[in-house]
Write a protein that binds this ligand. Structure first.
Ligand SMILES: Nc1ncnc2c1ncn2[C@@H]1O[C@H](COP(=O)(O)OP(=O)(O)OP(=O)(O)O)[C@@H](O)[C@H]1O
Ligand SMILES: [Mg+2]
Length: 228
């Protein structure tokens, strides 16, 4: 069973002459251990699609199954729980807390949970190690490079061990070399931990590193092909 399965999902905003069809009858599935690059021009519906998969938005039509469960049928509390426990978001622009260290930024995620502190610290250190951030663990966010910040944002999204990672433009402000390192770190985490991931990007060189490439244009998927 795929982790994520969208069936003819549509989402529009506004009404009448002002209506925008941001996502139009999209069908897409993402399997365990798979990174799907979602590529398309500005305004093509990429962020809207991520928000739908993460239950930040509800579709106007269609069905979204996660581990076989229809998340569009969830009430407010189930949606909150789903977003908190099963989805890891990395939003456009990595939004770290500036004056906390890399490690403190990871531990922040645990503050509203019931997991014990030592276990959280172990998990944070393990993720920092795996994302090649152990050396900058105690540096404040403002002193980190763009690529390091993006990897911290990915580590933070992984703290709760989500099944689904939704990553919006992780390499937008980075040069090729730093961007490639961020994408490769993401790939190895998803493969190692058997997550499913959608990574939005404008940059075809980054998209080409993923397991699969899906192209979106005006809210509709225009191509979907494996890359390995
Ligand atoms: N809340 C909203 N209200 C009205 N229109 C919206 C809303 N959110 C998105 N849209 C419109 O839906 C379309 C798709 O937007 P979306 O943010 O998904 O694009 P995108 O592919 O992520 O673009 P970018 O690459 O610039 O981030 C755009 O035309 C946008 O203006
Ligand atoms: Mg966007």
């Amino acid at each position: 069973m795929p982790i994520l399965q969208l069936s003819e999902v549509s989402r529009s905003f506004g009404q009448g002459a002002r209506r925008v069809d941001a996502v139009r009858e999209v069908s897409l599935q993402v399997d365990r251990g798979e990174v799907v690059a979602l590529e398309g021009p500005s305004g093509s519906g990429k962020t809207t699609l991520l928000a739908l998969a993460g239950a930040l938005l509800t579709p106007t039509a269609g069905e979204i199954l996660v581990d076989g469960e229809d998340i569009t049928k969830y009430g407010a509390r189930a949606r909150t729980r789903y977003r908190r426990d099963r989805v890891g978001f990395v939003f456009q622009g990595s939004n770290m807390v500036p004056f906390l260290t890399a490690r403190e930024n990871l531990l922040l995620v645990g503050d509203f949970g019931a997991i014990d502190r030592p276990a959280l610290r172990r998990r944070a250190d393990e993720l920092l190690e795996q994302l090649d951030l152990a050396g900058v663990r105690d540096q404040v966010a403002t002193s980190l490079s763009g690529g390091e910040r993006q990897r911290v944002a990915i580590a933070r999204a992984l703290m709760r061990d989500p099944t689904l990672l939704l990553v919006d433009e992780p390499t937008a402000s980075l040069n090729f070399e730093l961007g490639a390192r961020v994408v490769d770190a993401l790939l190895s985490e998803v493969h190692l931990r058997d997550k499913a991931c959608i990574m939005v990007t404008h940059d075809d060189r980054m998209a080409q590193r993923a397991d699969r490439l899906v192209e979106i244009l005006d809210g509709a998927i225009v191509s979907d092909r494996p890359l390995r």
